[in-house]
Ligand binder design. Sequence first.
Ligand SMILES: NC(=O)c1ccc[n+]([C@@H]2O[C@H](COP(=O)([O-])OP(=O)(O)OC[C@H]3O[C@@H](n4cnc5c(N)ncnc54)[C@H](OP(=O)(O)O)[C@@H]3O)[C@@H](O)[C@H]2O)c1
Length: 317
Amino acid sequence: MKAYYSTAYGGPEVSQYGDYPDPAAGDGQLLVEVKAVSINPVDYKVKRGIAKFMSGSRFPRIFGSDYAGVVKSAGKGVTQFKQGDRVYGATPVIWGKPGALAQLLAIDQKFARAIPEGISFEVAASLPIAALTALNGLRRCGVTEGKDVLINGSTGGVGHFAIQIARAKGAHITATCRQVNAELARKLGADETMGYSKDDFAKREKKFDAILDAYGKMNLGDICRLLKRGGIYATTQIKPFLFFSSFYVNLFYGKKLTSSNMRSRPEDMDEMEKLVIDRKLYPIIENYFTLDHSDEAFELAENGKPRGKIIIRVLSA
Ligand SMILES: NC(=O)c1ccc[n+]([C@@H]2O[C@H](COP(=O)([O-])OP(=O)(O)OC[C@H]3O[C@@H](n4cnc5c(N)ncnc54)[C@H](OP(=O)(O)O)[C@@H]3O)[C@@H](O)[C@H]2O)c1
């Protein structure tokens, strides 16, 4: 098969498009003919080795998490899927498992889900990591009808889904973004937009019931000042000291800090898919690439200030 694979942790200098051995479906696995992959920050971070203590040192290796495709064959013990089913999901590349940037992917059936009718491969591939993180983050910071929510980093992968989900929940949304993206944020459902510089936060008088920090790096002073008493802040970044800061912030200011991670329980997938089917949630695609141009897709994701998602189309052998 053709794949975009790496021979070491790093950037384009250690990655190439070319022939790679075909995988086979093991017990409980599906062999998926990949049709589309979306790129998330976790993909370039893992590819560069940021989590090598978890992702191991075996090379050559294929990266790429979010995928959609068609079941080509099913291994022994597979009960939920059959040949020809359309499936999508996220591969656990962070744990050293094979990624999706290839024509074929062997994956445990627990990391696959049927694509509902009417949802394309490209839309399905855009969803898992970013939309499920947005959904969980908004839940964690208690966003419901009428709540005032600030979404920081609102036109990226997580943020642009978060605006739409918060809109569907009936929240009042303030979205941070660069001026050039303000129109997009409003189109997605933001009631107000603002910049995300230190000055922009300092000037802001209004306080919020909830802050979903999709970008993930707001400083504690701004968070405490911008949250109402009883308000909740959720970040997408893994912060080892969050638990301790949260304890003190809650004790002294009556505000909570929590994390917003991807959660993919069946009820989360159901909720996300319903929003897509009801046309309340859709991806903005910054650009499409083919597998042999994956270098460019990674460069855009890492340094190109993309809006929404980036899709890599994978053509069959
Ligand atoms: N824990 C989890 O399970 C989980 C899951 C998904 C994502 N994440 C993490 O969440 C972060 C965001 O992911 P993503 O897919 O949304 O990334 P993305 O598509 O690259 O979007 C990042 C967004 O942040 C904005 N931004 C850049 N600098 C900013 C700043 N100083 N203040 C506020 N916003 C700023 C960007 O806007 P401009 O480009 O217009 O400046 C962009 O809208 C990444 O670090 C990712 O690894 C974690």
